[in-house]
Design a binder for this molecule. Structure first.
Ligand code: SF4
Length: 643
């Protein structure tokens, strides 16, 4: 039976790189009905095709490239796509999203998903065009940086409008946080998906399409779309959206530093006294040359900058984003903004996650300060805080996996194991993923977000901005008046279990739809009702018009990803925070003295999630009510179900 729903391209592509084969298949009706798209369908596929025995960098690992029903249909902000696999960095669930134009182009080329397995005997890239797929030789591209690769692919296919997702030398060499770069400077940065592509000898994917996407009921879809767009124009959000449009994510440097949450000196503290030097105004005034937006986005938080002269003079490039400013800036006590922009750009060209890379360097700087590393172990490099020359050199070494870079290319958890002694104290990660730019000692619910996030210490699977931005009317609407004061108190752990449980469910939906977090996370405009309003008219899946169905689907997806990790051995003992963020009170700044009350929040979270508080394992009945019978049976057979 052909795929009955609209809004989707209706086909997916199976790629067996070992055999050099591509097979076009109809999308599966039940995938869309139960898991929607993006992260939801990826979790179903990866549950079935990978597991404890799958070595992340082996041919057996599977890489899913996904879009959702919203991709490319001009719902704002929806120009996004995602990758999912088993992570070589963390050994658990891997997922990373990117904006730009590649996702919509992949759908216009005829594919909702690409499921990639095997390992090609020689470097190749995949070319998609109007329902057809071709594996092309990439030996001449191997070793090239991402910007050069993108240009070469466009030139050889004689089409400057082709969109690409490519890896750089870091992914080829399997740096464990190798990224995938979309259209020059958008990144699916986290969890090492570029290394997975490198291990498969897959240099990239190029897409060019002209196939139409249809709505089930175009008139009603456009009206529902208009209604949701109208919500974005509510004056309530004017300040948040205004700053996002004016400064992009760089504004977060100032906002987050003000509440003492900006990771500084490898998370020693959350307040950086030189934050203004790397903040929004200076970037806007001195370096910005253009504003951009991802496909179909009415917000437009992207910028192009240029450093015109001096050591770090560069051609126009995208960014810098908040996370890069944090990772190579405050995190390493580096207030030289031009060097930060240069380091971010090098990471994009080499194909590496700026967060894990900057955090690995900050970690090494602290080991140097503590005497755990010395010149005999660094090849003579001096790892003093803010040492720009060393940072520039280390980024190159990491991408080449040479010198100290070889150890740092493994991420902080593995590097700490290799260095031994007290090094583990300074490795700021959860489940092996380096922490993104939030300090939970200044924001209680961030601690729970980091601890329970399926991919590790990262904000994008459940961060709540409600208490930070302070929207009492939204909190009351979603959680009730009696809980509002405590939820709005950023330093109270009360009701944060429920809050983060709800955010995780909501973002599971957002990541399946697939849309940008802006508009849902910051500011909190879209909620479950948005999906119920739009999806039936877009897709023809009438059940998605019922908010209760939408909520249930969101929980199904969230549970499935968590179960994927349980099957790999993740329990409550892994859902914790690094020693520093859990035990060392914030030493300076506005959040001085702060510590997260993780146990209280985790207990409440497990109650809402329907999990055993001791192990974190899900209850059988909870899985059954979500239609995850096959998960319940598998976990039960492994003794990984709540008793
Ligand atoms: S808000 Fe920014 S990141 Fe999100 S889709 Fe729009 S331009 Fe892209």
């Amino acid at each position: 039976m052909t795929f009955p729903y609209k809004g989707y391209a209706g086909k997916y592509l199976e790629v067996d790189l070992t055999k050099g084969k591509t097979i076009v298949k109809d999308m599966v009706k039940e995938w869309a009905r139960l898991y929607l798209g993006g992260t939801g369908i990826s979790s179903k596929i990866l549950w079935e095709r990978t597991g404890p025995e799958t070595e992340p960098l082996s041919p057996e690992n599977v890489l899913v490239v996904g879009t959702g029903p919203f991709t490319g249909v001009m719902f704002s902000p929806s120009g996004r796509m995602m990758f999912a696999s088993k992570s070589p960095l963390t050994g658990i669930w891997a997922e990373s999203h990117s904006g730009g134009f590649f996702g919509p182009e992949m759908k216009y080329a005829g594919f909702d998903l690409i499921v990639i397995s095997g390992r090609s005997p020689r470097p190749v890239y995949l070319f998609l065009r109007d329902g057809e797929a071709e594996l092309r030789d990439a030996q001449h591209l191997w070793g090239r940086e991402t910007d050069v690769t993108t240009r070469m692919i466009r030139e050889e296919l004689r089409d400057p409008s082709i969109e690409t997702a490519v890896i750089g030398p870091a992914g080829e060499r399997q740096v464990l946080y190798g990224s995938v770069i979309i259209d020059f400077y958008r990144a699916a940065g986290r969890t090492g998906l570029g290394a997975v592509m490198g291990s498969k000898n897959l240099k990239g994917i190029a897409a060019s399409g002209s196939l139409p996407l249809e709505a089930y009921d175009m008139e009603k879809y456009l009206e529902a779309n208009r209604q949701e767009m109208e919500k974005l124009r509510d004056p309530l959000w004017a300040e948040s959206l205004g700053s996002l449009r004016k400064y992009g994510t760089t504004d977060l440097v100032a906002i987050i530093n003000e509440i003492g949450r900006l990771p500084t000196k490898n998370h020693w503290t959350g307040f950086y006294e030189h934050a203004d030097d790397i903040g929004p105004e200076i970037i806007a005034e001195r370096y910005r040359i253009a504003q951009e937006a991802c496909h179909g986005c009415s917000i437009g938080c992207k910028y192009i900058y240029r450093v015109r002269d001096g050591r770090f003079a560069s051609a126009p490039a995208g960014g810098p984003e908040y996370e890069t400013l944090m990772a190579f800036g405050s995190n390493c006590l580096n207030n030289n903004i031009e060097s930060i922009m240069y380091l971010g750009k090098r990471c994009d060209q080499l194909g590496m996650d700026t967060i894990s890379c900057g955090k690995s360097i900050g970690f090494a700087m602290e080991l140097w300060e503590k005497g755990i590393l010395d010149a005999s172990m660094t090849g003579g490099l001096e790892l003093t805080w803010g040492n720009i020359d060393t940072m520039v050199e280390l980024v190159e070494q990491i991408a080449k996996r040479e010198g100290l870079g070889e150890v740092l290319s493994l991420g902080t958890r593995r590097a700490a194991e290799k260095f031994g002694g007290d090094a583990w104290r300074y490795a700021i990660h959860v489940k092996g993923l380096e922490a993104s730019g939030q300090d939970p000692r200044a924001h209680q619910s961030v601690g729970l977000t980091y601890a329970t996030n399926v991919r590790g210490a990262d904000h994008l699977r459940s961060l709540s901005s409600l208490e930070e931005l302070g929207y009492p009317e939204i909190v009351i609407e979603r959680f009730g008046k009696e809980k509002a004061d405590k939820i709005l108190d950023i330093m109270s752990p009360d009701y944060k279990g429920e809050l983060i449980w709800d955010m995780e469910n909501l973002y599971a939906l957002v990541d399946s739809a697939v849309i940008c977090k802006y508009g849902t996370m910051w500011p909190p405009v879209y909620y479950y009702e948005t999906f119920a309003n739009v999806l039936p008219h877009l897709t023809g899946m009438t059940e998605w018009g019922d908010v209760a169905y939408v909520r249930q689907a969101s929980r199904r997806i969230a549970h499935l990803r968590r179960a994927y990790n349980h099957r790999l051995g993740i329990t409550r003992k892994d859902e914790t925070l690094p020693h520093r963020l859990l035990k060392e009170a914030m030493p300076t700044g506005p959040a001085k003295g702060g510590l997260p009350d993780l146990d209280q929040m985790l207990d409440e979270y497990y109650d809402f999630r329907g999990c055993d508080k001791k192990t974190g394992f899900p209850k059988r009945e909870r899985l059954m009510e979500l239609g995850l019978d096959y998960v319940a049976e598998d976990l039960e057979a492994r003794g990984m179900i709540a008793k």
